[in-house]
Ligand binder design. Structure first.
Ligand SMILES: C[S@@+](CC[C@H](N)C(=O)[O-])C[C@H]1O[C@@H](n2cnc3c(N)ncnc32)[C@H](O)[C@@H]1O
Length: 256
């Protein structure tokens, strides 16, 4: 891509030696769903998620807010779901723990295909693709529809400031929990993001990988952006694995 990679700078927010958070548009977000480079990059993302241990990290995070089982069908919404394959892995691996989930897969691009929906059905989950901008979802006047948990993987780092608060505000208004697994903005992850070509990634994924880490989170940055009323929510923010930074929030008193 020939993209300039910004050199890391220390950030007061991330402590001594940390990297300043920098948000730049990612290439994949601006490619059409049927662009071959985008299709290839989405396949790369599956390998990146596998390399990062994303499914296990997500399952551990879900267990924090849902417990290790559910005695009723759950309503789950994944925002910025991409091709929907990451949660499919959760359904296939942990469908016994959380059976009969009704899963809404929201992305701005129409990329959840019929085969993926069928694979969810085979795993006992009912999946419904929703093509929408998450900011429209968050601002929806008709907030009658509610979810037990909203899931985000490699997604919240697309937002900052007011837009991040609006996405999180949508979760406060319409869900009992949020699980987010995001790039960790560490020097180690930043260095590793330059080695994504070892996973066979194309130019789009290689560029976006570096930008994602620069836009990632550390410390209590996500907790500090959470707009839910103090005392009304249990908020956990922590690192998991080598590259991932998680936020798990659940409404105090919500049935898990
Ligand atoms: C880095 S990809 C992550 C995809 C998936 N969560 C995964 O882990 O493979 C980010 C996704 O967010 C989607 N996206 C970006 N901005 C969005 C927005 N404002 N509303 C909805 N989806 C958006 C993109 O289309 C893309 O599929």
């Amino acid at each position: 891509m020939g993209a300039r990679t910004p050199s890391p700078r220390p950030s007061p927010a991330s402590g001594r030696g940390g990297l300043q958070r920098v948000l730049e548009p990612e290439t994949l977000d601006h490619l059409a769903a049927d662009d071959p480079a985008a299709q290839r990059s989405r396949r790369d993302l599956r390998r990146v998620n596998a390399f990062m241990g994303a499914r296990g990290i997500l399952e551990r995070a879900l267990a924090r807010v849902l417990g290790h089982g559910a005695d009723r069908p759950l309503r789950v919404l994944e925002i910025g779901c991409g091709d929907g394959r990451l949660m499919l892995g959760v359904a296939q691996h942990r469908g016994d723990r959380w059976p009969s989930v009704k899963l809404d897969l929201l992305d701005r691009q129409p990329i959840v295909d019929a085969a993926t929906v069928a694979a969810y059905a085979a795993a006992g989950w009912q999946a419904r693709p929703v093509v929408a901008d998450v900011l429209d979802w968050a601002a929806a006047e008709d907030a009658a529809e509610r979810w037990d948990v909203v899931v985000a993987n490699l997604f919240l780092h697309h937002f900052q400031g007011e837009s991040l608060r609006r996405v999180l505000g949508g979760c406060v208004a319409r869900a009992d929990a949020l699980v987010a697994c995001e790039p960790r903005r560490s020097r180690f992850a930043f260095a590793a993001s330059h080695l994504i070509f070892f996973l066979g990634a194309n130019a789009v994924t290689r560029r976006d990988g570096v930008l994602s880490v620069r836009a990632g989170f550390v410390g209590r940055e996500l907790s500090d952006a959470w707009p839910g009323a103090a005392g009304g929510w249990r908020v956990d923010e922590y690192d998991d694995g080598l590259f991932t930074h998680c936020l798990c929030v659940s409404r105090v008193g919500a049935a898990s």
